[in-house]
Design a protein around this ligand. Structure first.
Ligand code: FES
Ligand SMILES: [Fe+2]
Length: 400
């Protein structure tokens, strides 16, 4: 089957479902294609994703430990929506729009600890619970009542220490997105883990390039030839001769994709390095391999027998993405006398492999912004990415 030509459609035309017929075919169907390049390079397409995906989904914003103490806050952005997560004096975690109810000034930047949130423009003061407590010179404003102007609250739910926000007040609860994933992963006891590694990257690329990169190992023998591809026999691709083994997408009842790679030991280290002993409480399948996947739309996780790491992926523009990689260990491991020394080996692995991936992102974006680019075929081990593409098309383009 000859490839469709996807060059330079008009702006309205990019939402015509006809363009996506082949991207919607199952990954193993004859003629299946990747998404058209403009899905990565067009601002209009990105804005449609923001409206139909990011404003309506449960977006991962990281672990509760980043706001461990009363008064802690962290500002974040998801596709132009600026928000802040706080821990109140009462210990409660809440999320708010990061914009003053007076004339809209951005209230907080970065991370920190505060007794109250004070607007830098006219000095209105909000509690960490969002209540407007202090205003100056508003006595003559007719009908003004402070209680009518709290910070705009954003829905926030927590699963096993992971915080998610949803900008849609009508969206189903987080449990509908997670489905049976908490049951599958409960043996890792994430609630007893602590993040000790954090590395933030601002990448010049579309957010889907990042998600797709982490859901396929087709690139491992090329891009990671000098790092993780050298792991012992059993690593995918290395043992598989000409045909890479497909790790099937697991049956699921939820909005995620997951797959399991059976092997001995941990894959969270570079070849030759030794790490921490496996978690003693792991039982069954998860004691022998790596569990990986992505919770729709903006996260990726990789669970090992000694640790886990995940990505928070914040789309900022069609060609700009903030990636936060976080590594977590069981709290008992972090208390070992050798933790500081041995954990460096894990951090080296995470920095090395992520660095190799991150170097590729702008090259991918450049290639896809080329007006001569066209959609390509789907390799059999790209089934997870294709699954995500089809889920996205259901929302962004509609259900045919
Ligand atoms: S904009 Fe915040 S007090 Fe005026
Ligand atoms: Fe990679």
């Amino acid at each position: 089957m000859a490839p469709d030509t996807h060059r330079n459609p008009s702006r309205e035309d990019i939402f015509d479902p006809a363009h996506y017929a082949r991207a919607r075919l199952p990954a193993d169907a004859p003629g299946a294609l990747s998404l058209p390049p403009w899905c990565y390079s067009s601002d209009a397409y990105f804005r449609r994703e923001v409206e139909r995906v990011f404003m309506k989904s449960w977006n991962l914003i990281g672990r509760v430990e980043k706001i461990a103490n009363p008064g802690d806050y962290e500002a974040f952005e998801i596709a132009g929506a600026h928000a802040v997560v706080t821990r109140g004096r009462d210990g409660q975690i809440r999320a708010f729009a990061n914009t003053c109810r007076h004339r809209g000034a951005r209230l907080l930047q970065g991370t920190g600890n505060c007794r109250a949130i004070k607007c830098p423009y006219h000095g209105w003061v909000y509690g960490l619970d969002g209540v407007l407590n202090g205003v100056a010179d508003m006595e003559q404003a007719k009908d003004f009542r402070k209680e009518d102007f709290p910070l705009v609250a954003i829905r926030l739910e927590i699963w096993a220490g992971f915080m998610f926000v949803n900008f849609d007040n009508d969206a189903a609860p987080l449990s509908a997105t997670l489905g049976d994933l908490p049951d599958k992963l409960s043996g890792y006891r994430f609630e007893d883990m602590r993040p000790t590694f954090r590395h933030e990257y601002d990448a010049w690329c579309n957010w889907k390039i990042v998600i797709e990169n982490f859901l396929e190992y087709y690139h491992t023998p090329t891009l990671h030839l000098r790092s993780v591809y050298r792991q012992p026999v059993g690593f995918l691709g290395q043992n598989a001769g000409k045909n890479m083994v497909v790790l099937p997408i697991e049956e699921r009842a939820g909005d995620y994709v997951s797959f399991f790679m059976p092997h001995e030991g941990t894959r969270a280290l570079l070849t030759g390095d030794t790490g921490f002993p496996p978690m003693a409480h792991l039982e069954g399948k998860i004691a022998k391999g790596t569990y990986s996947g992505s919770i729709f739309p903006n996260s990726m996780f990789s669970c090992h027998n000694d640790c886990m790491w995940f990505l928070e992926i914040y789309p900022l523009a069609h060609n700009r993405t903030r990636i936060v990689q976080v590594g977590c260990f069981p709290e008992s491991t972090t208390k070992r006398a050798d933790f500081a020394e041995v954990s460096k080996r894990y951090y080296k692995r995470w920095d090395t492999v992520m660095g190799e991936d991150a170097a590729m992102y702008p090259r991918m974006q450049q290639g896809l912004e080329n007006p001569l680019a066209e959609a390509g075929p789907v390799c059999h081990v790209e089934d997870k990415i294709h699954d995500i593409r089809r889920r996205l098309l259901d929302r962004v383009i509609g259900n045919r």
